[in-house]
Ligand binder design. Structure first.
Ligand code: ADP
Length: 152
């Protein structure tokens, strides 16, 4: 009985908490930067993956550490080739939304075996096209921080 009630109280809190209140700033880069500059951006922003955006900050893709390691194995000119060549691109990007529960977002990280999700607002332009405006990122680190916060 005790286990069940504890489990349901944790579940309640995880469902009540919103991604928008726990997300981090989006460390985003333009798709035209080189793979070399993406490595520099990972170090300066202290992140393991970068959100790739277009001219209007709309989501275009994601580049992770492993994408860069893979490119480094071949003959790719890291100082010439843009990250758009090696990124995982839309529409294959798994996203989170500010009003989504942290439980749902954490489940996406686990289910898809990825480290981070771009947090987006979906905007509809004049011509009726959908655009994903990047407003942050939600990562395994956010989940670990939250876990510690809930435990104290
Ligand atoms: P790492 O490569 O450092 O292990 P990830 O596990 O996050 O980092 O990335 C694994 C693969 O999934 C990479 O090819 C990356 O481009 C891709 N990826 C990362 N984040 C996402 C996402 N939110 N949606 C879809 N694919 C992603």
């Amino acid at each position: 009985y005790k286990d069940d009630s504890m489990r349901s109280s944790i579940r309640e809190r995880m469902r009540y908490l919103r991604v928008g209140d726990f997300k981090s700033v989006a460390s985003s880069v333009k798709e035209s930067i080189t793979i070399y500059d993406a490595v520099v951006a990972m170090f300066t922003n202290n992140v393991g993956s970068l959100i790739v955006v277009g001219q209007e900050r709309e989501l275009r893709g994601m580049v992770s550490r492993k994408d860069i390691l893979k490119a480094s194995l071949g003959k790719t000119e890291l100082q010439q080739v843009p990250i758009s060549v090696i990124m995982t691109r839309m529409p294959n990007i798994i996203m989170a939304y500010s009003d989504e529960s942290v439980m749902e977002a954490a489940h996406k990280l686990v289910r898809h075996q990825i480290d981070s999700l771009p947090v987006v607002d979906i905007l509809i332009d004049e011509t009726g096209n959908e655009r994903c405006d990047v407003v942050g990122r939600f990562t395994k680190t956010n989940v670990a921080n939250l876990f510690v916060e809930l435990g104290y």
